[in-house]
Design a protein around this ligand. Sequence first.
Ligand code: 5GP
Length: 143
Amino acid sequence: MSGATYDTNNIFAKILRGEIPCHKVYEDADTLAFMDVMPQSKGHLLVVPKAPSRNLLDADATALAKTIPVVQKLANAAKDAFDADGISIMQFNEPAAGQTVYHLHFHVVPRYEGAGLKPHTGEMEDHGVLADHAKLVIEALQG
Ligand code: 5GP
């Protein structure tokens, strides 16, 4: 670990506390999932354990064990919802690795044959589009 600590005012902590809105797709006792506001591809969402940790490096193993099945569930739902050809799971630790929000999260990024990714933390998506995409994921989760 770099020595940096967990900041309780990071943006995902605020989302978890309900202080900032999000386009939620899934929630259980330990996990929240919502659409990324700057999607790198159509349907990009984030899975966030509720337990506070800066990233994977300082995460509690029990929290991790609860999170990965949710990542799998959301990966399958996103693949179905957007008729994606594949799913990239991405997770960054510390600035040198591309992390910009310091509460552990897993990116679930639908991939489409022949299409690249938009830049990481690029353009903000329209909220109407994010709301529509969230609805599609929720429907896919309901099977
Ligand atoms: P990181 O670089 O830390 O792995 O990824 C942080 C992600 O959070 C980025 O993909 C960025 O687009 C997304 N993000 C940043 N701020 C917000 C926000 O306020 N709401 C949501 N839903 N996503 C955010």
